[in-house]
Design a protein around this ligand. Structure first.
Ligand SMILES: C[S@@+](CC[C@H](N)C(=O)[O-])C[C@H]1O[C@@H](n2cnc3c(N)ncnc32)[C@H](O)[C@@H]1O
Length: 268
């Protein structure tokens, strides 16, 4: 974390988040890094035992629909928990009739796992999605059965303690034993959306694993890197799978090293 970015979440104007610009910059096409992350996401949830009427949550969806799409086969409801009123408005519109570019993300899910094959996401999303405007810091504890949080905890603040508090809030919003997938920018120094600058914390794999120790078990961290990084101002991405602890299994796998590709897991 640099001194210049030692700012907190409340200091930024999240309602001025330019959703359309963010979508165009990051999700107008299916990028290589998303093609790496999508199978990890789909296959992780597919392997978990989930209740029949599972309630899912994606925290801080912004203008990204694919974490919610990834939970469609596994959930009866999907809450999109978003803080920015601009993103809430954008999500309401997009969920009611999403643009064709999301079809490539859906096809990547279909290629990853059979559970997606018979679903029509454009029809199902408006039926199962509930959009709630709220802060990650106000999430109720133990309410959801599975969850995702993509590029949120480290990209809403310049303070490591606040990033840690947000991550813990997300994990604790799940019931004990519930699976989650979270992604983090590695070494991000902030980002620009439209004409607004937003903060970030330069987290490392060790930071993320340290934050999760105590709230999550069965944690695996996948470094996600590519020679063609398309989001500038960071070193790579990390995708983490795990389960909210509170059961007997408190195991957290962690290790060291700087992976250069997606399949290199961190393990003890
Ligand atoms: C870098 S964007 C990530 C968007 C999206 N999840 C993705 O994968 O690209 C960070 C998101 O966190 C949201 N956010 C900012 N402060 C928040 C808070 N206190 N609680 C929940 N979400 C917040 C922003 O509005 C934005 O949608």
């Amino acid at each position: 974390m640099t001194g210049a970015l030692a700012v907190n979440n409340a200091e930024y104007q999240w309602d001025l988040f330019d959703s359309e610009s963010y979508q165009q910059s990051n999700y107008a096409t299916l990028h290589e890094l998303d093609q790496i992350m999508i199978p990890l996401l789909a296959q992780f949830f597919d392997k978990r035992e989930l209740p029949e009427h599972a309630r899912a949550i994606d925290v801080g969806p912004g203008a990204n629909l694919y974490p919610a799409m990834a939970m469609l086969p596994f959930a009866e409801t999907i809450t999109l928990w978003e803080y920015s009123s601009a993103n809430v408005d954008w999500l309401r519109q997009e969920i009611s009739g999403y643009r064709p570019s999301w079809d490539d993300f859906w096809q990547a899910l279909v290629r990853s796992c059979d559970r997606y094959r018979d679903i029509r996401p454009a029809e199902l999303l408006p039926r199962v999605v509930e959009i709630e405007k709220g802060s990650i810091f106000d999430l109720e504890e133990g309410r959801w059965d599975l969850g995702t949080m993509f590029f949120v905890a480290e990209s809403i603040t310049g303070m490591l303690e606040e990033c840690a508090a947000a991550t813990v809030k997300f994990v604790r919003s799940l019931r004990p034993g519930a699976p989650f997938v979270a992604t983090f920018m590695e070494g991000s120094r902030g980002y620009v959306v439209g004409d607004q600058t937003f903060p970030a914390v330069e987290v490392t794999a060790q930071d993320v694993l340290g934050i999760l120790r105590g709230v999550a078990s069965d944690v695996t961290l996948y470094p996600v890197q590519s020679p063609q990084l398309f989001r500038h101002g960071y070193d790579g991405m990390m995708l983490v799978t795990g389960v909210r602890s509170g059961t007997a299994d408190q195991r957290v796998r962690h290790g060291s090293g700087s992976g250069t590709n997606q399949r290199k897991e961190w393990s003890a």
